[in-house]
Design a binder for this molecule. Structure first.
Ligand SMILES: C[S@@+](CC[C@H](N)C(=O)[O-])C[C@H]1O[C@@H](n2cnc3c(N)ncnc32)[C@H](O)[C@@H]1O
Length: 223
């Protein structure tokens, strides 16, 4: 997107807040692929979607530095009073977020635990596609942001543990425009994203739309 237009957008949406600003900076300083973090615009969208969907349980595949997890938890903290939480997390909404790379834990856990919404986040190291089905809960919202080569596998494993009317968000589904660029047709991640986009489109159990925000964000609603 044009830089001026992006600046304009960021000046006309809810501010990121100091904590997330510092986390984004720290992510970019201390990790190699800092730009994987959602950032201001997508973070505000995730929070907004949580407030609109009002989920009891949210699942995230791929915590990385915790940026998107904190944004979604901010949404949960807004809806918690409406959902009749008792304040001890007994009936409060909750985000389970999984990170497969255990080397991220030392960086990410303090940021999550130091955030004002930590009580809404259950951060676990492990493969979300293996661990999430073992939790025994139905998710009302799922954010798939893990390995692009396994998006179809993620979809097949997670759709059955989503409630009717739940939404799945899948990030990076335009993959920097590579989905329409033949030069990348042999790239495994591009192939994974393209396969996923085709696969979801033909599935009559869901409705799907793609937002051209950032790197492409697919919204899938389970009928
Ligand atoms: C793009 S980053 C996530 C960014 C983060 N969601 C955000 O928006 O700030 C992707 C992360 O997913 C992790 N990952 C990949 N496959 C996974 C899986 N099956 N379960 C849990 N984490 C996974 C990777 O190690 C990486 O840290």
């Amino acid at each position: 997107m044009d830089i001026e237009l992006e600046k304009y957008i960021l000046n006309h949406i809810e501010p990121e807040g100091d904590y997330l600003y510092r986390l984004y900076r720290a992510t970019n300083i201390h990790t190699i692929h800092g730009r994987m973090a959602s950032g201001h615009l997508q973070g505000r969208l995730l929070k907004m979607l949580v407030m609109m969907q009002r989920p009891r349980y949210v699942l995230e595949v791929g915590t990385f530095s915790g940026y998107s997890a904190i944004c979604m938890a901010e949404g949960l903290s807004e809806i918690a009073p409406i959902m009749g939480a008792r304040g001890d997390n007994g009936g409060a909404p909750k985000l389970f977020t999984f990170e497969i790379n255990d080397e991220m834990e030392d960086f990410t856990r303090p940021w999550i635990e130091g955030s004002s919404v930590a009580r809404f986040i259950d951060f676990r190291i492990g493969d979300a596609l293996v661990e999430a089905p073992r939790l025994g809960v139905l998710f009302d919202m799922v954010f798939v942001d893990g390995d692009k080569r396994h998006y179809v596998e993620a979809y097949d494993k997670l759709l059955p543990i989503m409630s009717k009317g739940a939404i799945m968000l899948a990030d990076n589904t335009l993959w920097d425009g590579h989905v329409v660029d033949n030069a990348y047709s042999k790239d495994q991640q591009t192939q994974g994203v393209c396969h996923f986009n085709d696969y979801v489109r033909q599935d009559s159990r869901v409705e799907v739309t793609i937002l051209p925000i950032r790197d492409g964000l697919t919204i899938i609603r389970k009928k």
